[in-house]
Design a protein around this ligand. Sequence first.
Ligand code: AMP
Length: 443
Amino acid sequence: MTFATLGLIEPLLRALETLGYQTPTPVQAQAIPAVLAGRDLMAAAQTGTGKTAGFAVPLLQLLAMEGPKVSANSVRALILVPTRELAEQVHASVAQYAENLPLSTYAVYGGVSINPQMMKLRKGVDVLVATPGRLLDLFRQKALKFSQLQTLVLDEADRMLDLGFSEELSNIYRVLPKKRQTLLFSATFSDDIRLLAGQMLNDPLSIEVSPRNVAANTVKQWVVPVDKKRKAELFVHLMRKGKWKQVLVFAKTRKGVDELVEKLQGLGINADGIHGDKPQATRQRALDRFKASEVQILVATDVAARGLDIEDLPMVVNFDLPIVAEDYIHRIGRTGRAGNTGEAISLVCADEVNMLSAIEMLTRQTLTRHMEQDFEPEHRVPDTDASGQVVKKPKKPKKPNTSGGSKRNLGKWVESGEVSVAPPSLKPVRKVPAFNTGPRKKK
Ligand code: AMP
């Protein structure tokens, strides 16, 4: 299959060729013809599957071929995304796809001055990428009208709900024209997402990417059990031992990000951090420097790192496991992208066993554990498996086996080959006791 056989026009085919896209990914093969045919979509696809081109390319074709010229302060297609970084990233992709078309594109998000955004919107924009809060601000300040809106895209809808945007989404929904095409993309389909889809979509076509996730399939995943207080030390040890060059590290809290960055910088390691407390310009600069390999270690919270597309990122480290199990899939999706291989290592302490269990259940795999010599935890991480069970109760740690003949292959990587991540479950995820998989507050 080629992009031409999907019915795309020549200016778009040329743009895709320039980007080196040869074959449509599974989500593109399904989404492009459906969007061109005017259908609403409910797509289970996560970052790394090529979903951005899946919705943006046919959307651009419809805008180029149908409908009036955009009027002042109007927008013809609106792409809603959960974070500022994702807004920039999706906009950059849309602008590349639209390179040979006479269409205007723009991104708006909070954390930066609203005035330049209002100025830019005066002439109208064909495709606007926006975070929900800033979009509403602009609408309330009469900088935006939706009477020309043909298409609405909800990108990473599950994440928008996780971040507490459901009220903003309802308010936006109320002011949009009823007659429009709506495309909803979500990595997971909880009851809340289904409710949202029920309100916003009209006879949608359901799309699920092929059973094996394209990106995650190429990610080797490991767990290293360790005591909480020794995580930073273990991280530095593994980094030096593995001669890691460029690593994206996820920590649970803003404080955790700052502490780790400070510790690494104190050791002369070239590290920087991004989280929701930092001004947008600082976050973007850190990210740009990381992308340009000027920063070796970028430490981030989930909020800041959502949806980032960093080319050829070889390694992701979960310094802390995510509170919401689905975030694990998003995090490891930062590596092994577009067919490259990658590694995702999680430093897991005993407190995190329920999170580990929820991740294994969600991804339907038991993650391979590697015990790092001299870092064996005093507080043992109980065994877990993909059934969601914490298999054994914690035992007292055995005395270190100095003869080297341990059952757990102390100090040796246990290769299990490539581990695949199952597709995002369309059923609500079974809950693991004492572990919150539901929506959470803004960090
Ligand atoms: P996305 O899931 O939209 O964030 O895309 C993930 C990465 O895959 C991005 O770097 C895209 O540029 C790249 N990509 C998307 N579609 C294709 C394709 N058909 N061929 C090669 N690379 C692609």
